[in-house]
Design a protein around this ligand. Structure first.
Ligand code: NAP
Length: 338
């Protein structure tokens, strides 16, 4: 069946997801749209020439019986309320990260979903659908290189604007590494330490940039993740896994190799939208494929969203301290895994 989507939030990624459902993917259609700014939602419907209803509120979207699933792409603090209402209405949910901005909010979602007895929610951790990360996981799991011992991650953006704050380095940026590294290793985090290097002159006043996050997993793997959001030269994502008998690294995405004027070079992508465009397509297509045949979504779950926010909160707590902070796993055993 065609999955009929309601969309809540028509900002940057909301419009991108609508465009991919309507123009690139198969099996989905956007039938209802809303945003906190109705003008923005109306402009989106007009600009993308959607055959979709403009709804005055998310409640109107969720009460619409012709809506099978919702895409929630409003700003983070609004996610929890929308997801809870959608789950209560029995709709399938594709929600952008973060699942919710607080650990308690994530738990409320995990528990509400568990009470329905089925999986309804998928979180937009699209890196799990990136061909490079998928290949990296396959190599690690082959066992050919022995056990992973250390991971080195790099997350660099060319620049950020004045609204970007020091804690956003975790909740907006590092959160992708927190999810994908846990998925790659099949291992949970035990502790974190945050180091503050000398601040770049390109950071606006009050922003700590770059930052180094050292994480240790329960099995003892040490992960060093650099977040540097004013690196100037582009959007650069790296991941290297050092194992007992070899090293596996994330290959650079489709890029040309240039030999010119005494240099051997490869262009660096400038924007996350381009770097992960195929992964965004793949995650949403997977959601459509499952929901369309009446199956539960198979991508990152509300539990994964909960873990990312919980570990993220520990990282934020560790910021500015320089000390190791234990990541509490009490909640893990309380609710179990979905
Ligand atoms: P954005 O451009 O600011 O869009 C957010 C939209 O939601 C805006 O139109 C905003 O309206 C609207 N909104 C705010 N509160 C709302 C509410 N209560 N109900 C309905 N709409 C509401 O931000 P964005 O870049 O698209 O990001 C949206 C979400 O996607 C964020 O959670 C972000 O972290 C996530 N994201 C994920 C990725 C990824 O790689 N997976 C990439 C980018 C973004 P106003 O503009 O009027 O406030």
């Amino acid at each position: 069946m065609t999955v009929r989507f309601g969309v809540i939030g028509t900002g940057a990624i909301g419009r991108e997801h609508i465009r991919r459902v309507e123009q690139r993917l198969s099996g989905g259609k956007v039938v209802a749209v809303t945003d906190i700014s109705l003008d923005a939602a109306r402009r989106c419907i007009d600009a993308l020439q959607l055959d979709a209803r403009l709804c005055e509120s998310e409640d109107e979207v969720l009460q619409d019986p012709s809506v099978d699933a919702v895409i929630i792409t409003s700003w983070g603090p609004a996610h929890e309320g929308s997801v809870l209402k959608a789950v209560a209405a029995g709709k399938y949910v594709f929600v952008e990260k973060p699942l919710a901005t607080t650990v308690d909010g994530c738990l409320r979602i995990v528990e509400a979903e568990a009470r329905t007895g089925r999986r309804l929610v998928q979180v937009g951790f699209m890196r799990r659908y990136d061909a490079g990360y998928v290949a990296l996981k396959r190599e690690i799991e082959s066992g050919r290189y022995g056990a992973p011992l250390m991971v080195r991650c790099v997350h660099r953006n060319a620049f950020v604007d004045e609204r970007y704050t020091t804690d956003m380095a975790v909740l907006d940026t590092l959160i992708h590494e927190l999810d994908v590294t846990r998925w790659l290793l099949g291992d949970d985090y035990a502790s974190v330490q945050v180091l503050y290097p000398k601040v770049t002159r390109h950071a606006h006043a009050g922003l700590q940039d770059p930052q180094i996050f050292n994480l240790v997993t329960q099995s003892g793997v040490v992960i060093t993740a650099e977040v540097f959001v004013n690196c100037q030269y582009g959007y650069d994502i790296q991941c290297e896994v050092v194992c007992e008998d070899g090293v596996v690294s994330l290959a650079a995405p489709q890029a040309v190799d240039i030999r010119h004027a005494g240099l051997h070079a490869r262009p660096v992508m400038q924007d996350w939208k381009f770097r992960f465009v195929d992964a965004y397509d793949a995650e949403l297509q997977d959601f459509i494929d499952h929901v369309g045949r009446g199956a539960e979504p198979a991508g990152p779950s509300s539990f994964d969203g909960y873990i990312a926010t919980m570990v993220g909160e520990a990282c934020v707590f560790a910021q500015g301290k320089g000390e190791w902070v234990t990541i509490s796993h009490q909640e893990f055993s309380r609710i179990g895994r979905l």
